[in-house]
Design a protein around this ligand. Structure first.
Ligand code: UDX
Length: 443
């Protein structure tokens, strides 16, 4: 079985590498020649734990190839995965230009019957369009089936998710095509659900929208906890014990970011509008998330009054730990608002600094370690719960900062631990700990 994977971004690359690891012959194709060169030499353009060694192993064993040449990729392929980006348009709708372009190229270069399997997150009905594009342009004698196979990988744990995912969804209106795709995944021993194309497309959006809803819901409860003096960790633990709710995705914080939830929730709102069903619940989820990302700045202002000329340490820039991805990260919103308030910012992240430096305007000093960011700071804002940050001894804050005040957007420390230190600590949905020496600063 020869597999081609169109698009060597996050989803395409992980899929290509992992399918090669399962023993298939895989050719990954991308239009970006620099990226392809890098991949051919066994280096990963993205930071994803465990990916590079697997990439190298499969390149060396010649199961995994990279190319910019569509003829080489598509001509002899039995299955072509589409894993190109589906970015957001200004109005929140999905930009399908890459999906359409790749569909045309596939039609132009195939020389045999093929199954096209879409991994890119696409609005309901897109796979029918892909089929139409390919059927209109392909050589007439060839037969092409299109299958929807949405992706549920999480950044930072993509390999674990690929090899040990909860389910694999295969949407097809053709039994034979669905069975062939199913066979690819059988060695993984993951439950496989076969369904129709439109339901498969909807499962992806509904999953992400539901998870985003869980996060906005718990963040709203966290704010209520702060107001009434309850503790969100106790509350999340208590509600999560109900099997119907479940214990996962109830971590209150400064909102969801990344390349999926923000984009997919907006796309689903768009899709709902297109069928005259305004999705009010999801609109509220998006709005709550937007407000949540600014909360650390609101809290910093409550603690320090004006932030003008204040020195702020921002710890963590990635939208979540174990990734260098800063897309839609709360840290970016926080930093922009701090700059607008006239604060001076020293920011630290173990891996995301190069990406952040590309998008952030001047006025931010990026440091090589946490201590340098904290040195002389009036306040520290924790934006990402990296292990390195969570395990940082609390003494470091009191030793290095000008005034040891922490606004923790990710609840990295236990309140019991903080109470033993001369630190003012304001987290999410938990009682604030205000120490005597900071009281004079608090307005
Ligand atoms: C998500 C989906 O989980 C995955 O199935 C889909 O394929 C892509 O989108 P990802 O964006 O990589 O994955 O990260 P995820 O771990 O889901 O976290 C998304 C955001 O939600 C992060 O900003 C994270 O900090 C936040 N989050 C997550 C919370 O604030 N609280 C939680 O309890 C869980």
């Amino acid at each position: 079985m020869r597999i081609a994977v169109a698009g060597s971004g996050y989803v395409g690359l992980v899929t290509g590498v992992c399918l090669a690891e399962l023993g298939y012959q895989v050719i990954c194709i991308d239009v970006n020649a620099d990226k392809i060169k890098m991949l051919q030499s066994g280096r990963s353009p993205i930071y994803e734990p465990g990916l590079e060694p697997l990439l190298q192993r499969n390149v060396i064993s010649e199961r995994l190839h990279f190319t910019t040449n569509p003829e080489y990729a598509y001509t002899n392929a039995d299955i072509i995965f589409i894993a190109v980006g589906t970015p957001e348009l200004k109005d929140g709708a999905t930009n399908l230009k890459y999906v359409e372009a790749v569909s045309k190229t596939i039609a132009e270069f195939i020389k045999d019957d093929v199954i096209v399997c879409t991994k890119s997150t696409v609005p309901v009905g897109t796979n029918d369009k892909i089929k139409e594009i390919i059927n209109n342009l392909k050589p007439q004698e060839l037969h092409v089936e299109v299958v929807s196979n949405p992706e549920f990988l999480r950044e930072g744990s993509a390999l674990i998710d690929f090899f040990h995912g909860d389910r694999i969804v295969i949407g097809s209106n053709n039994h034979q095509a669905a069975t062939l795709i199913e066979q690819i995944y059988l060695p993984l021993n993951i439950p496989i659900m076969k369904t129709d194309i439109k339901s498969a497309e909807m499962i992806k959006y509904a999953s992400n929208a539901f998870l985003a809803t869980k996060i906005s819901f718990i963040n709203e409860i966290a704010t209520l906890c702060e107001r009434v003096g309850a503790n969100i960790e106790e509350v999340a633990n208590g509600i999560g014990k109900d099997h119907r709710i479940g214990p996962y995705f109830l971590q209150a914080g400064i909102g969801y970011g990344g390349s999926c939830f923000p984009k997919d929730t907006k796309a689903l709102v768009q899709l709902a509008g297109n069928v005259q069903h305004p999705f009010e619940l999801l609109k509220a989820v998006i709005e709550v998330n937007k407000l949540q990302q600014s909360i650390p700045v609101v809290k910093a202002k409550q603690l320090l009054g004006s932030l003008k000329g204040k020195s702020v340490a921002v710890l963590g820039l990635a939208f979540k730990p174990n990734t260098d991805d800063i897309r839609e990260a709360a840290s970016l919103v926080i930093i922009q608002e701090l700059l607008a308030e006239g604060a001076e910012i020293a920011a630290y992240d173990p891996v995301a600094v190069p990406n952040a430096a590309r998008v952030l305007e001047k006025g931010v000093t990026f440091t090589k370690n946490i201590k340098s960011a904290l040195y002389g700071a009036d306040i520290a804002i924790i934006a990402t719960e990296w292990e390195e940050i969570k395990s940082l001894p609390l003494d470091v804050y009191s030793t290095y900062m000008n005034t040891p005040i922490i606004v923790d957007g990710r609840n990295c420390y236990s309140l019991e631990d903080v109470r033993d230190h001369p630190i003012t600590y304001v987290s999410v949905g938990r009682p604030a700990i205000i120490k005597e020496q900071s009281k004079i600063l608090i307005h």
